[in-house]
Design a protein around this ligand. Structure first.
Ligand code: ADE
Length: 330
């Protein structure tokens, strides 16, 4: 997939221009694991401050495994997303017990390690041809090759991972980091790629056509419409009134009668719960009302009267209405 000579150009550029980052000094498995988990969703600048201190405190997987969780969380302070610290702690325990993994599957199975992080660790610490493809890498590759496939969803990621694997040079770790580095300091998102200093500027399809900003192609973000709705939970003795939904969202499924835009006038009516449900293009902001009634056709609606148990067991009630099921009594 890469144009002829692209790997060499990138590696040569990286060797000359890479930023001096503390985790680039020591490429052992444990230090790579620590740095990659810290770098998930976190700025390089923030990680720089914590990485060295963390390793001073926990220099080996055994030292980390033996620590109390509170100590680990303390050393993670300021980095946020604390589940990563718990995952790292758990991963250190796995390693202390079972030894270091040596395959992609073994690395991927460690707590907190997804496809991207597994690719980074395998290529950087183990010398395996396992690309790490994230949004930055997708941006530089779609620009380089002028590829218009949409990068949202897993399809493009899988495609580029496989295509890149075939082109990986023996310097797997440097190449992974070089791709990251190009995305981080040259091939910038949001209208600001620094093509004049890019090692790929003679190869780049998007650049040669002056169309850098058309890539990566993303699915249009549609605003979700917010719909306020009243949800009526009618009760008649021990039965509740449900309706089979007609056209529109959740058609053919059962639910409580609902009125878009509606709120309920007060008397005899109990507001029971507010709930939100998010569809792809619409958000329902619902207010549920419990209404005691003696009429079979309450509210002029064609209601199916069913007990709480029947409703839960026999009708397909979509999760949008599940919030109200807790209010049904046997
Ligand atoms: N982001 C994720 N992993 C990284 C790494 N190894 N170097 C720089 N930025 C990164």
């Amino acid at each position: 997939m890469l144009p002829e000579g692209a790997e060499r150009l990138l590696l040569d550029w990286f060797r000359e221009h890479r930023r001096a980052l503390p985790w680039r000094e020591d490429r052992s498995f444990y230090t790579v694991l620590v740095s990659e988990l810290m770098l998930q969703q976190t700025r390089v600048e923030a990680v720089k401050e914590r990485y060295t201190l963390f390793l001073q405190k926990f220099p080996t997987p055994e030292a980390l495994a033996a620590a109390e969780e509170d100590e680990v969380l303390k050393e993670w302070e300021g980095l946020g997303y604390y589940s990563r610290a718990r995952n790292l702690h758990a991963a250190a325990k796995v390693i202390a017990e079972e030894g270091l993994p040596t395959t992609f599957e073994g690395v991927r199975a460690l707590p907190g390690v997804g496809d991207y992080t597994a690719g980074a660790i395998c290529s950087i610490a183990l010398g395996l041809r396992e690309p790490a493809v994230d949004g930055n890498v997708l941006r530089i590759l779609t620009r380089l090759t002028g590829d218009h496939r949409c990068v949202d969803g897993n399809g493009a990621r899988e495609y580029f991972k496989e295509a890149l694997r075939a082109d990986y040079p023996p310097e797997t770790g440097e190449f992974t980091e070089a791709l990251m580095e190009l995305g981080a300091i040259v091939c910038l998102p949001n209208g600001a790629p620094l093509c004049e200093i890019c090692p790929w500027n003679t190869l780049c399809r998007a650049h040669s056509e002056g169309r850098e900003l058309e890539f990566p192609v993303r699915a249009p973000k549609r605003e979700r419409k917010v719909v306020e709705a009243a949800v009526y939970v009618y009760r008649r003795e021990n039965r509740y009134g449900i309706v089979r939904r007609g056209e529109g969202l959740l058609a053919g499924l059962y639910g409580f009668p609902m009125k878009e835009g509606g709120t309920m006038p007060a008397s005899g009516v109990l507001e029971i719960k507010r709930a939100k449900h998010i569809f792809t293009h619409v958000e329902w902001h619902m207010t549920g009302y419990l209404i005691e009634t003696e009429e079979e056709d309450a509210g002029g609606l064609k209601l199916i009267w069913a007990t709480a148990e029947e409703i839960k067991e026999q009708y397909a009630i979509p999760s949008a209405f599940k919030a109200f099921l807790g209010w049904l009594r046997p």
